[in-house]
Design a binder for this molecule. Sequence first.
Ligand code: SF4
Length: 222
Amino acid sequence: MIKYYPKLVLSFSEIPGAPTLLIHALTGCQFHCFKCFNYSQIVKNPGDDAYLITDVVDYIKKQNDLFGYIVFSGGEFLNAALNDLIADLTLVKSISDKPIIVYSNGGNPEKMQVLDERQLVDGFHVDMKLPYHLLYDDDADLIELTIGIKVKNPKVFFAPYLRALELTVALDHGFSRIRSVEYPFLNASAFEENRIFIDKLNQKHKKKTPYDVNQFIYPEVE
Ligand code: SF4
């Protein structure tokens, strides 16, 4: 059973040009990224109160006209068990015609594929925090600074994350995006390498998945 943060947010900044219902799942995260906005309240100390999907569905039924998209975020929403993801997304699909977007750090490509096959997700917005395809053992400090964990073998570790990026493009139905955060310690060349990588995926799969570099914002609470 997936628990959700008991504050659903109507956001005007998540998807360009459309109000969005932002739902945070309390599903933890395998990373602890540099100054993560959500880490304290949503990943590490979610508190005792939580919504279940029935609470989320009740809210959507009442407020469905207020937003154009429904976004599931985390933490890492896709860390939830696949059966629970299918159950919750099926329920939301049954009561709302609004496109469902899932935010992901890219660690669960197999679940992305299943949810797409079942037409339960309309788009994935996936992070490319570093140029994963160019990382080697001597980048361990940079990796740890960025995602907060020690990685011994970047080629092996980031293989599923690269797979998730490729799936984001290959399965794009017009709602997906890949995005990076402009962390203050990263050189502009990192984002250029990311852009080249995504361009190649778009060419390979004949898609036009956008790549965004989002401004880094220091959180008020860490
Ligand atoms: S992947 Fe997202 S939720 Fe997880 S630590 Fe990084 S920024 Fe925070």
